[in-house]
Structures are given as C-alpha cells and as structure tokens.
Design a protein around this ligand. Structure first.
Ligand SMILES: NC(=O)C1=CN([C@@H]2O[C@H](COP(=O)(O)OP(=O)(O)OC[C@H]3O[C@@H](n4cnc5c(N)ncnc54)[C@H](OP(=O)(O)O)[C@@H]3O)[C@@H](O)[C@H]2O)C=CC1
Ligand SMILES: CC(=O)C(=O)O
Ligand SMILES: [Mg+2]
Length: 542
C-alpha cells in the first residue's frame, strides 16, 4: 500500500505533515493495484526518463512536496545518483534559474522590509514539529556562482534535504531560510520573473541591525534551534560567525564545515602521500589557491590540527601558503583583507609573485587546494609541476559547482600518470588507469554538516565549539572501512552517510560534553555504543 501524505497550506507556506502516521487512503482514491515497492521503481523510471539534470531536479522537488517519504526513500536508496541532482552540481543551475523554475513556496523568506517586525514573520512558520535546524543564506555567494539574491533559497533547501537524508533529521523540524537584503546582480534586478526585492544590497550597518533582530527573534521563536549559515559573502561569513558563535548555537558551513571535510580528506591523503615520499606529516606544505571564506576556513582547520601534532602555532601557520586574485599573499604586498592577515607570509621578500606555476616552484607544495571559483585554473602545466615535485601529489579542486572546478579528475589522473590523490567539491566519474579503477573523493561539506548538526541538536548545545568541528573532522577521517582504504578512497562511500553521521554525531556530542556546552546531561552517562544506539534510534526514516 502506498503512503499518501496530504499537503496542506498555512499562511501561503506549504509544509507537509510528516510527524504523525499517515491515515490510510479512502477506498477509491488510489488505484487498486498501487504496490509500494513497484511505485518506488515507477518513480525512479520517471526520474531517469528526463534527459536534463534540471528537469530531474524539478521532478524531485515536486516529488518532495507531493510524497516526501518517497522522495527521501529514493535519496537513501540511490544516494550516489540523487545527491548530484538535489545538491551540487545541479542545485547550482537550480539556483541560477530559481525564479524561472519556481512552482510553489518552500521555506521562509525574510526581507529587509520586515525589519522591526521579523518576529511576526517568523511566527508565520507553521509549527507542526518543533524546529531544530535551519539553514540560512543571504544569497550573496551561492556556491562559486556569485550574488544570486533570493534565488539562493535553493541552497538552503538542498542542504536541508541532505540533513534529512544523511542524518535522519525530521523533515518537519527543518527550516530553509533566505534573507532578502537585495542583490547587486543587475540581470536579476532586470528580470521580470525575479522573486526578490528589486533593490541593491543594503549597507553594512543596516544589515547588522537586521541580523541582530533576526537572530534574537529566531532564538525566541525556536529555543532548541541550531542555525547553519550558508553562502554569505566572505566578509559577512566571518563577521556574523564571530558575532553570534558564543551567543547562539550557530556555525558557518563554508568556513567550518569545509574546514572539517578537507582536513579529513587531507589526513587520509597525507598518509598515502607520506608512504610514497617518506615525508612525515609535519613536513607537508599546503598551497591554497583561493583565500576566501572556504580557503581561510580550511587553512585554519589544518593549522589547528598541526598544533595537535606538537607544533607551535607559529610553526603550524607556516605550513600554509595562500594565493588570491593578486597572487601569493605576503605582508610586504600591502593592504590585505582582515581574514587573510593571519596566514600572510612574513618570509617572502621578492617581487610580487602572481603566476601559479611560479608560486608552485617557490613553495614546492605537497598539497594544492583550489577554493577559487576559477574553472580550469589547475592547467596541464600546474598538474605537471605538482607531479614533478611529489611522488603522490595531493590535488583538491574544491570549487563548486562542477563547471567551476579547478581541474577534472580525468586530467589529474592522466597528467600525474595515476599518482594523484584527488578530491573535488562536486562529483566526477571514476577513471581507468593502468588496468585499475581510480576513484575521486568528494571533498564536500555534505559529509560533515549532517552529523555535526545531528550531534549538536541531540546534545542541545548552547554553542558550536571549534573542538566539536574538529571532532567531526577526525570522526569522518576515521570512518573509512578497510575495504575503502584498500581501494585508495579518501572519503567513505556516500551510501554510508547515515552510519557515518551517527559516528560523527557521537564524536561531536563527546566534544560538546568536554567543552561543557551540552544541555542533555542524561547522555553523559551513556557508553559510546549506547550513545550511538540512542542517536540511531532518534533518526527519522522514510
Ligand atoms: N567543497 C566544498 O565543500 C566547498 C567548496 N566551496 C567553494 O569554494 C569556492 C570559494 O568559496 P569562498 O571562499 O566562499 O569564495 P570567495 O569568493 O570568498 O573566495 C574566492 C577566492 O578565490 C580568489 N580568486 C579569485 N580569482 C582568482 C584568481 N584568478 N586567481 C587566484 N585566486 C583567485 C579570491 O581572491 P580575492 O580574495 O583577491 O578576491 C578569493 O580569495 C566556491 O566555488 C565554493 O563553491 C565553498 C565551500 C565548501
Ligand atoms: C559546498 C558548499 O557549501 C559551497 O560550495 O558553498
Ligand atoms: Mg556553501
């Protein structure tokens, strides 16, 4: 028997009632031979019959509102096939075209015009289930696609679908939010279909007052809520993380989630790289191509890990080299944005060095990480140079979506003669080389935020500490199975995401307890296996 969940409408916002068991459909209202298992296959066939990924995205969005259980079942049973549609890369196209493919409301829109009455807008959200997790964007830097304004709602929706699929968060307890503070993208301001305010972005002071009111009203309306900031432009990403991180349970996915996922992949890659080169972990040199919220977020996470190995902070900091649009970041270059200063080199005194190849020759990095949004920046010459310096070069082109990746897996494999240790932000297909199948890693924060969020809400944390983020990273690094290690994977198979999220959540809860920010004292006395069982039992299943 199929399960029909009836959508209902409240204040123009559609929510689907999932918390209570669905009533059996009345006789005659569904076809007589509607077998549930066959209906799964029917939906899959319908999905696969679409030849454009954006069409598949639209089909799945529709399925999610019509029959969420089926949507999440497909996600769970066909994770590797569905994730690139509801998430990167297709979600990038969906966001670019959001105002054109829009069909019905999903999520909460709060605009600058609501300033002074944000609480009343938040209270319009139908409280079917207690809200526990919200992904909030202001649309100002969606993936590497720039300022998409209110079209950024697609990213909040996509991330929360992964929270449900990947960590079993109850769908009704999630709130996708897009803050409309205007957009500086003229083509949207000129587009008659654009769904957001037709104005340029507001200034810093106005945004700050808006954000303070928003955060206060959110915590008043939803006392148990965890907030994930997503795809804010770099200055605001750092600013609002610092402003609220000790006041509310909040984290920034692009700074902290990315830092955690890349540290995890780097550790697994460095083991393989060091085995080939004989170089100890402490001798690695990491070159970041891109010094925005993601680049600096990852650099900070790596730096902090190196201090755990016994290095001083200064020694750890010196493992890192940043490159931005002006070239190598160093003190003598002159004015630097605040977030770049900490990693700016004080030991480079030559002329400005802007060409990536020259920078590679100067730094001799063991790892090259791309978080630049510059498609194809890791050219044949760059890959060649990395392969000449390292027996097993670590090359992570992490920019999203796939069309902005700094290089493809096939190029990296071919040019390094199969020696590359590779992870990208968006997925690439496996490659054959020398009679072997080589698998790319997906270094995407989607491995981290579901488990981090799950742990944070189960422990009812008052804040998200650096130690919790680090625990999520090490938890992920340690979750590779022997079989996954034996075929050289840097990240576990995405099909195991729920199992991994339970493990990460357990590690996050333990870190929260250690830091004294947990508010579920009963969890303290549980053994690790009891805690993991407890977490699994709390997961929602379609
Ligand atoms: N894999 C993952 O999980 C994640 C991936 N990302 C991806 O990372 C990318 C960057 O995000 P974010 O840091 O927030 O964005 P930003 O725009 O803040 O950062 C981009 C950085 O790249 C630099 N850059 C731009 N052009 C060049 C160039 N020609 N040469 C060298 N450097 C250049 C910029 O330099 P300047 O500072 O001088 O402007 C800036 O430092 C995005 O594509 C995003 O999708 C982000 C989060 C997670
Ligand atoms: C993955 C992600 O968060 C980003 O590209 O912004
Ligand atoms: Mg992001």
């Amino acid at each position: 028997m199929t399960i029909i969940l009836t959508p209902y409408w409240s204040n123009g916002v559609q929510k689907l009632k999932l918390s209570q068991p669905p009533a059996a459909p009345k006789r005659g209202l569904v076809p007589p031979q509607l077998d549930h298992e066959i209906h799964v296959q029917r939906c899959l066939e319908q999905l696969r019959s679409k030849d454009k990924n954006l069409e598949k995205y639209i089909y799945l969005s529709h399925l999610k509102t019509e029959d969420p259980s089926m949507f999440y079942r497909l996600c769970l049973e066909h994770m590797a096939e569905i994730t690139p549609i509801i998430y990167t890369p297709t979600v990038g196209d969906a966001c670019l075209n959001f105002s054109h493919i829009y069909r019905r409301p999903e999520g909460l829109y709060i605009s600058i015009q609501d300033k002074g009455k944000i609480g009343s807008v938040i209270n319009n959200w139908p409280k079917i289930d207690e809200a526990r997790i919200s992904v909030v964007t202001d649309g100002s830097r969606i993936l590497g696609l720039g300022d998409l304004g209110v079209n950024g709602m697609g990213i909040s929706i996509g991330k929360l679908s992964l929270y449900v699929a990947g960590a079993g968060i109850r769908p009704d307890s999630t709130i996708p939010i897009c803050l409309d503070l205007g957009t500086n993208t003229q083509r949207y301001l000129d587009d008659p279909f654009y769904l957001g305010l037709r104005q340029k972005r507001v200034g810093d002071a106005e945004m700050e007052a808006f954000m303070d009111e928003f955060m206060e009203e959110m915590s008043r309306a939803f006392p148990k809520l965890m907030i994930q900031f997503e795809d804010f432009s770099t200055d605001n990403a750092f600013k609002y993380l610092e402003r609220y991180r000790h006041k509310y349970p909040v984290f920034n996915d692009d700074i902290q989630g990315t830092g955690a996922v890349v540290l995890s992949g780097f550790l697994n890659a460095a083991k393989l790289s060091s085995a080939a080169s004989g170089l100890p972990l402490t001798e690695h040199r990491i070159l970041f191509f891109g010094a925005g919220s993601a680049g600096v977020g990852v650099a900070s996470q790596l730096m902090s890990f190196f201090t755990l190995l016994g290095m001083t902070e200064d020694q750890a900091r010196r493992k890192i080299y940043l490159v931005d649009s002006q070239g190598l970041v160093y003190d003598a270059r002159g004015h630097l944005a605040e977030h770049k200063k900490y990693f700016s080199r004080d030991d480079y005194r030559g002329p400005p060095i802007t060409n990536l190849l020259d920078i590679i020759q100067y730094v001799k990095p063991t790892a090259l990480l791309g978080l630049s949004t510059i498609s194809g920046a890791f050219t044949v010459d760059v890959l060649d140079a990395m392969a000449a310096i390292n027996p097993r070069p670590i090359i992570f082109p992490l920019s999203n979506p796939v069309k902005l990746s700094e290089c493809s897996f096939s190029d990296a494999v071919e040019i390094t003669q199969g020696r590359v240790l590779f992870a990208s932000g968006s997925p690439f297909p496996a490659q054959q080389f020398g009679g072997k199948t080589l698998y790319p890693g997906q270094g995407n924060n989607m491995y981290i935020f579901p488990g981090l969020g799950l742990g944070a809400i189960i422990a009812r944390v008052s804040e998200v500490t650096d130690s919790m983020v680090e625990a999520s990273s090490l938890g992920l690094a340690n979750s590779l199975t022997d079989e996954e290690r034996s075929i050289g994977l840097l990240y576990p198979r995405i099909e195991r995401i729920r199992e991994i999220s339970v493990f990460i959540a357990k590690e996050v809860i333990r870190a929260a307890q250690k830091a004294g920010v947990d508010r579920s004292p009963a969890l303290r006395t549980k053994s690790d296996s009891e805690l993991m069982r407890f977490i699994s039992q709390r997961m929602w299943n379609p």
